[in-house]
Design a protein around this ligand. Structure first.
Ligand SMILES: [Zn+2]
Length: 378
């Protein structure tokens, strides 16, 4: 395969301005050369030319926080009553849909009974279509902690260390910890801290020594602080980041993986009874979502924190796997992020969160030719 995508407008994912009348030379699935069509090297002129004028090209979108085993339309309690085969079969349809809407890579940050690991093997083997995947296996929560119904519950540093090693043994690239309560678990306070600093530090030590990363779900600032002091690599959600925790995050070099649509879901279209009930239950949180989102983006940008983003699709009954990264990017822009920066976060930055920055995330020489047309990929 040796061809040139010629004449499109390229957004390369690095945050640079769009290049009009661009050319991307692709050879054996990798980007050989990229630039202005008028500067195309003579070596590329033998390659087959595909005219993409009038179209936009951008790197495959990366979702750094997703749950592919759940459909995001029913509650996880309802889904857990299904037999495992139905969960697997629906998840097979979910990963196909994720790819079809332009997300070519995901990080599953809370799976179900290692179904996501099997899906990844099936995708990599070519049995089913789906995105490239990084996975965390089961989330690790304190006994009764956030998402305990799908978690590996663990208490005390030794047990949390063992829980982390179990996920790595099963194939986890990242270990997911629950540092605070969460709204998808009824009756929890999202400000309340859960796993302790010592417990999280044990997981960090276990994961880093095996070359894996650690991510923590954290809304309240106590949990954010504990996670950062424990040395983890990313804070997921980070809803109530403040001056002190933002400074600490910068100092520790951790990433903030925002999930804006969780608190501001798309409520257009018909809602099921389960979804309506969830809207009622979570309404007080929705009301402040825009203000929180704006504050979070302003603070993170002002401090120069490294930002990633994800949809949390599948994480609750209002987080459907349907153009969900488009909504995430749209909300970033609505909350004050310049558009090219929002696209950089959803591509280049997320590649770094996934530790895949040498292969994907931007349209640059040497990387995979993971380039979007309106739908699908080359
Ligand atoms: Zn989540």
């Amino acid at each position: 395969m040796d061809f040139v995508l010629a004449g499109g407008t390229l957004i390369d994912g690095t945050g640079r301005d769009p290049v009009e009348n661009a050319a991307v030379h692709i050879k054996n699935g990798r980007i050989e050369w990229v630039g202005k069509l008028s500067d195309l090297p003579s070596a590329a002129k033998q390659a087959q030319e595909k005219d993409v004028s009038g179209k936009w090209l951008l790197p495959g979108i990366i979702d750094a926080h997703i749950h592919v085993c759940w459909n995001g339309e029913e509650s996880i309690f309802e889904l857990l009553e299904r037999d495992r085969d139905m969960i697997v079969l629906e998840a097979t349809a979910i990963v196909k849909r994720i790819l079809e809407v332009g997300t070519t890579t995901v990080r599953d940050i809370g799976g179900h009974d290692y179904v996501e690991m099997a899906l990844r093997r099936a995708i990599n083997a070519g049995f089913i279509p789906g995105p490239r995947m990084k996975t965390s296996g089961k989330v690790i929560a304190m006994t009764g902690g956030h998402a305990h119904f799908i978690a590996r519950e663990a208490d005390g540093p030794e047990e949390v260390r063992k829980a982390a090693r179990e996920q790595i043994k099963a194939g986890a690239d990242t270990v997911k910890l629950m540092a605070t309560g969460g709204s998808a678990t009824p009756g929890q306070d999202i400000h309340a801290s859960q796993l302790t600093l010592e417990e999280m530090a044990a997981a960090v030590q276990a994961a880093h020594s095996m070359g894996r990363t650690v991510a923590a779900h954290a809304h309240g600032k106590g949990g954010i602080k504990n996670g950062l002091l424990a040395g983890l690599d990313s804070i997921e959600h980070g809803t109530y980041l403040d001056e002190e925790t933002a400074d600490l995050m910068l100092e520790r070099g951790a990433a903030l993986v925002m999930t804006l649509a969780v608190a501001n879901p798309d409520l257009s279209g018909e809602l099921s009874p389960t979804q309506k009930a969830d809207v009622e239950r979570r309404k007080p949180n929705f009301a402040k979502a825009q203000e929180n989102g704006r504050n979070l983006i302003a603070l993170a940008r002002e401090k120069g924190i490294f930002i990633g983003c994800g949809t949390d699709a599948g994480g609750n009954p209002l987080a459907v796997h349907r153009f969900s990264m488009a909504r995430e990017i749209q909300l970033m822009v609505e909350y004050g992020m310049p558009p090219l920066e929002a696209l950089k976060i959803a591509t280049c930055n997320n590649a770094r969160v996934l530790r895949w920055e040498n292969e994907i995330g931007s349209v640059e020489t040497g990387k995979y030719a993971d380039i979007q047309r309106p739908i699908g990929r080359y």
